[in-house]
Design a protein around this ligand. Structure first.
Ligand code: FE2
Ligand code: FE2
Length: 248
């Protein structure tokens, strides 16, 4: 059995509210009788991309298990690379990574576009991804990034998803991918993309209600909804199982 704790969107900014919400999730994980195999955080690590915020991210995510961090639209490549233990080819933007943790491989993509809220992968990024996916793998294979490509039928969030997703889907289609893991829309979501499961982690900082939910009357995000996470459980010969938890 292999367990991924999938967190997203802590938006740390030096203030106590996001830090306390993240700590409630990490304290919950630390109390497990069986440690998770890896913690994956799918972006919007910092709220403004400041060096001081990455120092806070690094301090909060000092855990006894491997932690995989990837950027979102609130992150900025240079301070992120400088402040976090990131092993990514090249310099500056984008910050793509390949990480093997135990028997699982994680391809961590940077879908952010500097200065923009929506996501996009360049032709060069897709070339890099194709070469990575051409390498044979034996264990579970996860492709993780910030911006999901699927519309939620939400008039605001749908403007900020991954744009021009078809060339990306063409690279992913037919590959032995266990699941695609994303964040950004501050909701726990299960859907599909390019023929693979696409699982979105809830937002730690806040939840974005659907337009017809009562909390939508108060704005785009509900900061009173509890932080949450996804636990993805992989076992050989079994379909991936995902458990979503909200921590009141
Ligand atoms: Fe976010
Ligand atoms: Fe985001």
């Amino acid at each position: 059995m292999y367990v991924i704790a999938h967190l997203s969107d802590p938006h740390l900014d030096g203030s106590s509210v996001p830090r306390d919400r993240l700590r409630s999730v990490l304290d919950y994980l630390k109390a497990f009788s069986r440690p998770v195999d890896v913690v994956l955080v799918t972006g919007d690590l910092a709220d403004h991309g400041l060096p001081s915020e990455y120092a806070e991210v690094a301090a909060e995510f000092t855990l006894d298990v491997p932690v995989l961090l990837l950027p979102g639209n609130h992150d900025i490549s240079a301070p992120l690379r400088a402040g976090l233990p990131i092993d990514s080819p090249g310099q500056g933007h984008p910050v793509h990574q390949v990480r093997d943790v135990g028997e699982a491989r994680f391809v961590l993509l940077d879908t952010s576009v500097p200065g923009e809220d929506h996501g996009l992968l360049s032709a060069e990024s897709l070339e890099w991804l194709t070469a990575v996916l051409d390498e044979p793998v034996d264990g579970p294979l996860f492709v993780a990034f910030h911006h999901p490509p699927n519309k939620l039928q939400h008039p605001i969030l749908d403007q900020w998803i991954l744009q021009d997703a078809e060339p990306f889907a063409a690279v992913l289609r037919g590959r032995p991918i266990t699941a695609i893991l994303t964040g950004h829309v501050h909701n726990g979501i299960s859907t599909t993309f390019a023929g693979h499961p696409l699982l979105v982690a809830p937002g730690i900082r806040s939840t974005a209600p659907l337009p017809f939910e009562p909390a939508a009357a108060n704005g785009l995000v509900d900061t009173g909804a509890p932080p949450g996470l996804a636990l993805h459980i992989a076992a050989e010969g079994q379909p991936l199982v995902t458990v979503y938890r909200a921590l009141a």
